[in-house]
Design a protein around this ligand. Structure first.
Ligand code: APR
Length: 242
């Protein structure tokens, strides 16, 4: 791998699979249990708030039963030891990257451990069940909802993501099917900018054709190997040009 300065990493459900967190598509995937329309759209929230809140309460409660895996820990190690720029963009709503130690991290699809007030827009850290019409601690309106980006809603912090992609000289996608935009288009943005592109995934994804290099296998194995490789090269090669 050449000398890199600025890395953007995108993760999806596959990075948490070995921790026991269900992925969305494929056999036994999360959406298999629920039709997407039933639980992850503004219409579903308006139609059956009880079901939607319960779906996310179940997933929030499950976080206490899972731990970060070797892939999460390796990405936190990379952040701690990387001499250049690094941004970890996750599509995941679990808290495993944080618990592994990642800090330069953003959740573009929201977080299970956050509640959003639909009235005043304030976010609250939330660990407990979130019944419909829970009162907002900030404005008092009974309008707290799961802080999850539903299909049809705008992902969070897109300007920050686009700015990071504009500077990146390496884009790495880990554990995502490339089925959902805008995340699935980040590889093309990175390529247009001339960045190197690497995919680490269990199976070929819908976006595999856009990557210069795709490595197939479990994230718990591939990610620590890749982190070791990129860190050892960054120490061996000349100091990264700033
Ligand atoms: N290691 C690496 N990759 C894995 C592993 C593993 N152990 N297990 C599964 N994968 C891969 C699968 O091959 C698949 O390509 O992870 C990907 C998971 O794909 P999805 O279930 O579609 O999850 P994701 O890509 O994160 O979905 C994107 O869609 O439903 C929305 O908002 C939701 O953020 C989610 C978005």
């Amino acid at each position: 791998m050449a000398d890199f300065h600025s890395i953007v990493i995108l993760t999806g459900a596959g990075v948490s699979a070995e921790s026991g967190v269900a992925t969305f598509r494929g056999p036994g995937g999360l959406w298999e249990g629920h039709r997407v329309e039933d639980v992850c759209t503004p219409q579903a929230l308006a139609r059956d708030a009880e079901l939607v809140h319960r779906f996310y309460d179940e997933r929030r409660a499950k976080l206490a039963q899972v731990e970060p895996n070797a892939a999460h820990l390796a990405l936190a190690r990379l952040e701690a030891q990387w001499p250049g720029e690094l941004l970890l963009v996750t599509q995941n709503v679990d808290d495993l990257h944080e618990r592994a130690g990642s800090q330069r991290l953003l959740h573009m699809h929201g977080e299970l451990k956050s509640a959003l007030c639909a009235a005043c827009g304030v976010r609250e850290r939330w660990d407990a069940p979130l019944p419909p019409e829970s009162e907002c601690p900030n404005c008092g309106t009974p309008a707290l909802r799961p802080d999850i980006v539903f299909f049809g809603e705008m992902p969070y912090q897109m300007e920050r993501i686009e700015a990071a992609l504009a500077q990146a000289d390496l884009f790495v996608s880990i554990g995502t099917s490339g089925a959902v935009y805008p995340a699935a288009g980040f590889v093309q943005t990175a390529r247009h900018r001339g960045a190197a592109t690497l995919e680490l995934n269990l199976d070929p994804s819908e976006g595999s054709i856009w990557f210069e290099e795709s490595r197939m296998g479990p994230a718990g194995t591939l990610v620590p190997e890749w982190v070791e490789e990129v860190l050892s090269q960054s120490t061996q090669s000349s100091p990264i040009s700033r």
